[in-house]
Design a binder for this molecule. Structure first.
Ligand SMILES: [Zn+2]
Length: 346
């Protein structure tokens, strides 16, 4: 009995210590990818153009300046890996934000509404920017089997989707399943990549003068709102693509112990004003590319002339001869209605 007590007494302090501070800070790696930085930026530029065709970018110089003020503080840090980041607000009530390869970043109005301070917004920016800085989207894209062969052929391939009749990088990426949805290889990451982005993001925040603990705290606070009346729109989808909030707080807190002592004082001082402006925005207007997307569910229109079928889009419906084909090319933004055999996929 005596031995056992002694053993426990020795073990406890050691265990506590090792949980508190591991011997070595977790290493975070920039991923390898066959894309050059220029190619990443070109892809991001083309994808951002598609975002602007589908989503309503809020044209408020004040809000955009505010987002960029926070973002550029973060972008100056070594953890941002010197990509040309820029930030836009999109009128979307769900809680979300995403960054595209090479640096374009879009923040949903729903995210600003769900935040209680600027540090929480900075935390989400830092996390998403870290996916760019660590080249996660590009790494996943270049792992796709077809990328290598397609990549060499860009420019040689003809296609109707890009400018000048050529299939652009974005058009090629979409053909490989790298669209803008939540399941895109550019947006859906492994738990390992998510953790790396949290750690890199926390380091980025600290280097920019924001309190890194806000990164995990925000998600823990949101987690507590799950299932309540105050649950922000889109929260389930957000959590399903990110690690559990408790884990994030734990490994970020552990990482912070390795940072130099600092008091975190960065703030634009404008958060409350911006949040008020965002709250007063009118509901989003669907953009043309979104209006053309096929409507899900609902009932078809009655009383169409015989021999006609209905194509029901989110923004309109159009009847066409039943023997024709209707649909959208994968790049989106246009609609085809063609006789059987009138078009051939190449
Ligand atoms: Zn992420």
């Amino acid at each position: 009995m005596k031995y056992r007590l002694l053993f426990i007494a020795l073990l406890v302090p050691i265990t506590v210590y090792s949980q508190k501070r591991p011997a070595k800070q977790t290493e975070v790696k920039v991923q390898r990818t066959s894309l050059s930085r220029e190619q990443e930026m070109q892809l991001g530029k083309e994808a951002a153009a598609q975002v602007e065709r589908e989503m309503e970018v809020v044209k408020s110089a004040d809000v955009e300046a505010w987002l960029n003020q926070i973002g550029q503080q973060l972008a100056k840090t070594p953890q941002a890996n010197a990509y040309p980041y820029y930030f836009k607000l999109v009128n979307e009530d769900s809680i979300n934000a995403f960054a595209l390869p090479g640096g374009p970043m879009f923040v949903h109005t729903g995210l600003i509404k769900a935040a209680d301070n600027e540090g929480e917004v900075a935390g989400v920016l830092a996390h998403e920017m870290s996916h760019v800085a660590l080249r996660h989207g590009a790494a996943q894209l270049s792992k796709q089997q077809t990328w290598g062969s397609i990549f060499g052929a860009i420019g040689a391939l003809g296609g109707a989707l890009g400018n000048g009749g050529q299939c652009t990088m974005w058009c090629q990426a979409v053909r490989m399943g790298a669209g803008l949805g939540g399941n895109s290889v550019l947006m859906k990451f492994s738990r390992g990549y998510e953790r790396d982005s949290d750690l890199n993001g926390a380091r980025m925040m600290a280097a920019a003068g924001y309190n890194p603990i806000e990164l995990g705290n925000f998600f823990q606070k949101l987690e507590a709102k799950q299932g309540t009346a105050g649950e922000p729109k889109g929260l389930q989808a957000w959590f399903s693509s990110h690690p559990a909030a408790g884990n994030r707080v734990a490994y970020v807190s552990e990482d912070i112990q390795f940072y130099p002592k600092a008091s975190y004082t960065t703030s634009t001082g404008n958060f409350s004003r911006v949040r008020q402006m965002v709250a007063s925005l009118p509901p989003p207007k669907l953009k043309p590319a979104a209006l053309m997307q096929e409507a899900q569910g609902g009932t078809p229109r009655n009383g169409l002339p015989q021999g006609l079928k209905d194509y029901r889009a989110r923004g309109f419906a159009i009847a066409y001869p039943a023997s024709w084909q209707a649909g959208q090319p994968q790049g989106g933004g246009s609609l085809y209605l063609v006789p059987q055999g009138g078009v051939k996929q190449d």
